[in-house]
Design a protein around this ligand. Structure first.
Ligand code: LMR
Length: 392
């Protein structure tokens, strides 16, 4: 039987992670996978997470099963963090193994409810989006998003493409900190996109993996909240991997907003999907997140540390833009300072990306996406000089 299997294409981001690990050079620079690193190159366990884990170890009396949808307190705290107050009666939800788990469950829910629904994704998007859509046998459609000439949004192209949306199609939108480009819609542009999608009868599907990494916790949720208020039905896949730094704990949530009288049926379908795919969702990370969000002191400390992380990335953006200005003697890369989140797409060719890896030991994804958080004060000028040398 197994000899019938064909080799699978490798995930480009994870492949790069492996290549980096194998590289013996000691001065190599990892700007690949989206993981936050501090100035020493460490992905730290956040203080509030450590404190909550200690308390949990002391107080936890059982590890018996939780609810099929996860602990209700986690789901309620996450709905509050993402949407604020006022959505409890519309929000069905399940805890999931990370943001990827939430995306997978959302797509399965869409397919169950409407097998004909197409899934619209920005060009470009996180490579695992189209990969899962294809794996589930669903139809994916691209809409224009990024303008390589300006490294900003191709808004005319986006609006023109979304005119092709059919009623019931799902539109995957990055709630903040677009991955891989770092270019984000303005509030006015969100307003226009929402009006267009309302006119089309589309189902918005928001991927929110970086809340708190762009402009701030509430600021990064503004677009998601606008969408939630504007549509009767919305799917939101959110991750705690980055903003709580608990990558390997696999902590995420899928929220399905519906009408109060449909909520029980939608919740039953979400529970069913959890049961079919893995029964109970992972609990440790979710419990830690709940403890933090429910404890004023822990929540305040978490917000402070997250803010430090965010400001550090903003500082790195500015210094990289400044260094690139100096090194290339041009404003070609000024957009790096205006982008938000962990990533920016630099607009280099695949060949230039390969030279950076082979000759300079600098690892970035093939489409020239860099993880800003992979940099520090020492490596910013090294990267800028290397980019200037391949562009020269
Ligand atoms: C990334 O885009 O680098 C992250 O979301 C990690 C991943 O799983 O790809």
């Amino acid at each position: 039987m197994l000899e019938a299997l064909n080799p699978q294409p490798q995930d480009k981001i994870l492949q790069l992670m492996a290549l980096y690990r194998e590289d013996p050079r000691t001065d190599k620079i990892d700007l690949g996978v989206g993981v936050y690193k501090d100035a020493t190159g460490l992905t730290p366990v956040m203080r509030a997470v450590k404190a909550a884990e200690k308390k949990l170890w002391e107080e936890e009396k059982t590890k018996t099963y939780t609810g099929l949808a996860g602990e209700p307190a986690f789901n309620a705290a996450m709905v509050g963090l993402i949407l604020g107050d006022g959505f409890a009666d519309r929000a069905a939800s399940i805890a999931t193994p990370g943001g990827t788990g939430a995306i997978r469950q959302a797509l399965e829910l869409i397919r169950m409810a409407n097998p004909k629904a197409r899934v619209w994704m920005s060009a470009p998007t996180w490579p695992n989006h189209p990969s899962i859509v294809k794996y589930l046998g669903m139809t994916g459609v691209e809409y224009r998003y990024f303008d390589l000439a300006t490294s900003g949004i191709d808004f005319d192209g986006l609006m023109a493409d979304l005119e092709g949306v059919a009623e019931g199609d799902a539109i995957l939108l990055h709630g903040c900190c677009h991955n891989p480009t770092g270019a984000n819609l303005s509030t006015d542009q969100w307003t226009d996109v929402i009006a267009l999608l309302q006119r089309k009868g589309a189902i918005p599907f928001v991927d929110l993996a970086y809340q708190g990494f762009g402009d701030g916790l509430d600021e990064d949720a503004v677009a998601t909240r606008m969408v939630a208020a504007a549509f009767p039905e919305v799917l939101i896949a959110a991750s705690c991997s980055k903003n709580f730094g608990i990558y390997r704990e696999r902590t995420g949530i899928l929220i399905a907003l519906t009408s109060p009288d449909r909520k029980a049926v939608v919740q039953g379908n979400l529970n069913f999907l959890n049961r079919q795919n893995y029964s109970f969702p992972p609990d440790h990370g979710a419990r830690v997140v709940t403890m933090i969000l429910q404890d004023q002191a822990l929540a305040a400390d978490w917000c402070t540390e997250l803010e430090e992380v965010r400001r550090n990335m903003l500082g790195l953006r500015q210094s990289l833009a400044d260094e690139l200005r100096r090194a290339t003697n041009s404003d070609r890369f000024d957009f790096v300072a205006h982008h938000r989140g962990m990533f920016s797409r630099l607009g280099l060719t695949e060949e230039q990306v390969n030279v950076l890896r082979q000759e300079h030991g600098i690892y970035m994804v093939g489409d020239s996406r860099i993880n800003i958080a992979g940099l520090n004060a020492q490596t910013v000028p090294v990267l800028a000089a290397a980019i200037a040398s391949v562009c020269g």
